[in-house]
Design a protein around this ligand. Structure first.
Ligand code: PEP
Ligand code: MN
Length: 273
């Protein structure tokens, strides 16, 4: 990748650190050949919803629970998330299941609220919010940085560099699909991002096939492709009633589908070992 500028100077580059970075979040390891599966709804909706889904994904073998409390919605009239009370419901689900938590932060002024959240997600829309990235770089929290909808690999890596250069080495890269001319899918999942990012950088790379396709029927195939490509993890939207979900129901699989998928993921992972 000759066209990645200044790559040898970047803290995220393989040139500056040859061995894989392994990030520990709530007892789960991300990177270095392990496969971590993060599952849960797009949004935290109610206590019953998040606790039930947490129990179901845990039983199926998920390693971490996701759930948005602060939601970056395209329209201001769409459900914006339960905010602070959503984070409290996530903590209840963690108490019930022991699953570490991943949730999106949109504004550094909310950092205090995220104290007990294990991984802070920076969404695609905020990948280039450099003020936010710098603030997160001054914490020691694991940061899951999602690729912007039109971001190149270089732009994703230099966004990660904003966190690293402030002193926080705990960045997980996330491919979540990019915008192309195709309209059948919500985004085009770029599976090549996995070997490219892992070649250029020592940071863990995970794949989100849910936003990467926008269609629940594609999530299983894309998850398996990502594992085969060497992803360090998957982040999958799971809802116990997708038709009634307050966000992203169309791309959410059911807990039963997730349990089936986990069996296949294990087979693919062992096939490439
Ligand atoms: C999400 O994870 O629910 C989300 C909003 O993702 P993205 O930032 O990738 O659109
Ligand atoms: Mn979503």
């Amino acid at each position: 990748m000759e066209d990645i500028r200044y790559k040898e100077q970047l803290l995220c580059s393989r040139e500056s650190k040859a061995e894989d970075t392994v990030i520990e979040a709530g007892g789960v390891k991300l990177g270095g050949g392990e496969l971590a599966v993060i599952a849960g709804p797009c949004s935290v909706e109610t206590e019953d919803q998040i606790v039930a889904i947490a129990e179901q994904v845990k039983a199926a073998g998920a390693d971490m629970l996701r759930g948005g409390a602060f939601k970056p919605r395209t329209s201001p009239y769409d459900f914006q998330g339960l905010e602070a009370s959503g984070l409290k419901l996530l903590l209840k689900a963690k108490k019930e299941t022991g699953l570490p938590l991943v949730s999106e932060i949109m504004d550094a002024s909310n950092l205090d609220l995220f104290e007990d959240i294990d991984v802070l997600q920076v969404g695609a829309r905020n990948m280039q919010n450099y003020a936010l990235l710098k603030q997160l770089g001054r914490t020691n929290k694991p940061i899951l940085l999602k690729r912007g909808i039109s971001a190149t690999y270089q732009e994703l890596l230099t966004a990660a560099e904003y966190v690293l250069s402030e002193g926080n080495p705990n960045v997980i890269l996330c491919e979540r699909g990019i915008r192309t001319f195709e309209t059948y899918t919500r985004n085009t999942l770029d599976v090549a991002a996995v070997p490219v990012l892992k070649g250029l950088s020592h940071l863990p790379a995970v794949v989100d096939p849910s936003h990467g396709s926008g269609r629940s029927e594609l999530v299983s195939s894309l998850s398996l492709a990502a594992v085969a490509a060497g992803a360090d993890g998957l982040m999958i939207e799971v809802h116990n009633n997708p038709a009634a979900a307050l966000s992203d129901g169309k791309q959410s699989i059911t807990p039963e589908e997730f349990a089936e998928l986990m069996k296949k993921i294990k087979k693919v992972k062992s096939a490439i070992k």
